[in-house]
Design a protein around this ligand. Sequence first.
Ligand SMILES: [Zn+2]
Length: 227
Amino acid sequence: MSNSGEGVRLPKRPVQILSVKDNTTHIVRFLGDYKGHMMHHVPRLGSWPCLGASCPISTHRHRSVWKGFGPAEEFFTELNAWYLCVIEVTEALDESLRGFPMRGQTWLLTHPRPTDKQTPVMGMFLQHDDPAALRPAFDVGPVLERVYRGVKMDLGCANPVPPRIVDEGESDSGPAQLQAERREPPKPATEEQWAQLRKMIGKDPRVGNDGQHTGQRQINGKAAHHG
Ligand SMILES: [Zn+2]
C-alpha cells in the first residue's frame, strides 16, 4: 500500500507508543497481533509494567489494568503516509478486537470526551487490507523498553477481564395495560369543541352536504339535536 508516490520525501518520525487520548481520533492499521501485560496505575509515572515476583511493593499495591501492545501503522492525513507505531490496546478495545487475526485490519480509534473516568477507547472497523502488500510486522519490545526505562515486558498475558455479557432481547407485545392504551381509538371531540368549530364555519361540521351525519358523528355516537 505504498501510495506516497515516486520521489516524495517524507519526514522521519520516531516509532512511539500510540495510546488513544481523550478527544483524539486515529486511523490505525495493524501489522500483526497484539500481546498483553499487566500494568499498574502509578501516580506521576502513569501506567507502569508489573514485574511479577520482583515487582516493588510500592508499585505492586497500585491498581492494575491490562494493556496490549502490537505492531501497527498510523495514517497521517496531512502527509498521506503511514508511519510505524506500537498500538496500545486497552481492556475495552480488546473486547472488540479479540479473536481476529489483526494483520491488515484498519480501524478508526477514538476516545470521546470523558463524562467520567470510565469512558472507554472505542473502535470502528474500516477495512481489511491485503496482508501480503503491507510492511512486515516488527518487534515492539525495543520501543516499550525505551519508554519504560529498560523494563523487559513479558508480553504473554491475556486480558483478565471476562467477556461482556450480551443479551439479544426477546420480542413481546408488553404488559396488558400498555396494549389496552395502544388499542384505544382516538377520542371524539367534546361538545365544547364542536360548538367552537360551528361558530367558526357557520354550520355543524358533523352534517355532510347531503344532510347525513359524517363518519366522525357515527364514532361520536351521540344524538344530533343541533343545527
Ligand atoms: Zn506488580
